[in-house]
Design a protein around this ligand. Sequence first.
Ligand code: ADP
Ligand code: MG
Length: 446
Amino acid sequence: MPVECAVKNGWEQFFEFAQEQCSSAEFANWIAPIRLIEAGDVEVVLEVPNVFVQEYLLENFRNMLAEFLPLKATGEVAIRFQIAAAEEVEETSGNEESLPQPSEVKPDLNPFYIFDHFIEGPSNQFIKSAAIGVAARPGKAYNPLFIHGGVGLGKTHLLHSIGHYVLENHRHLKVQSITTEGFINDIVDHLKAKSVDRMKRFYRSLDLLLVDDIQFLQNRLNFEEEFCNTFETLLNQGKQIVITSDKPPNQLRLSERMVARMEWGLVAHMGTPDLETRVAIIKHKSELRGLDMPSQVAFFIAEHIYNNVRQIEGAINRLSAHTRIERCPLTEQIVERILNEMLKSPIAHQKVSVEIILKSVAAVFEVKISELKGESRHKQIATARQVAMYLSKEMIDESLMKLASSFGGKTHSTLLHAWKKISDQVQINETLRYQVQMVRRNLTTL
Ligand code: ADP
Ligand code: MG
């Protein structure tokens, strides 16, 4: 049939095109094993040895395929995939020997990330004790333990702490720590070496699996299935899984099945540390580096870097390099200059004040400063006012009474109530969390 012939030519043309584009190893691994089963004028049927080849093809050549093959009404290329019947693969064949044997695989844990170095405060106390619970009784406390929260707040630190603790206190248990990317690369490597079964056996024989940054599994449909199967096998055997993510499970674009598994155990949010905790972290990190950190300098840093502990650490590293080179003690002026360079914002000229917070809140929530100081209970205004009160308590080292009086003579219990309410809300309300972040960010540019 002429049409079919033309379409078939399309695949052949693509095949030739891919041969030119890819390295020979890439072509041999990923394209050559694909077989054309049917070349229809509305759809092409391809047989692939496994889903990973399918994913590779679509991920790397989606646009080019569309040039050569028929399209669906949606503009997507119209390919139907079939998975080839599993061949009995001789596991000893191939270049598998070059891959590490599972028993040699030591979990890759940052030696510094232990519980003792993790400073706790109201934002992370609960999650730290859940992590200790899991480490003390793997598979018996919460399973899986799912830790989510923003960047640089200590998720990986806690994840590795669990690994260290288990390796030290339950020596017979088999532990593996992976990033999602690492897991995917592992699958791909083992596919090439034709040792996928061995890899599956390895993962499924673990007692504790630590998975960092599961959000990177989004849009990796085929790998997601393998992940999910591994999870289920481990969970069904009562083996412990701990997962970190930048979002809670139900906000990840993953299958319902995967989300359901992740919500099975305990889902805990890692919040932003409050001022006191940040100060404690700064002191602790400075001590570890042998850096003499005066209290008022620690406060100064904590006031200016509030939503990312990694950034705080960056500041301490700079300060410590500075004192080593210049051989002079830290003063607020030096810190101000160094932080300024680092954050590239005009914080040096001002300390955060209630007035500045009010200005920033008014801009973000689109209300008037007079309304923030007034009595209106209109929802938008009341929320904005509470956010301003919350940030004042978080960022300004003044008595509650003094702070409250700057809000048109409110009482300290009103301020405390607002602080509590917003502290709770930012844990669960994404929009509000974002708005609070905006206000904080604006502070430095006002
Ligand atoms: P995340 O994985 O959430 O992005 P990390 O675990 O990589 O964050 O933490 C970033 C840095 O901040 C690490 O060096 C970590 O040790 C430090 N850190 C974060 N939270 C704390 C804490 N509560 N106590 C001590 N160090 C912390
Ligand atoms: Mg991390």
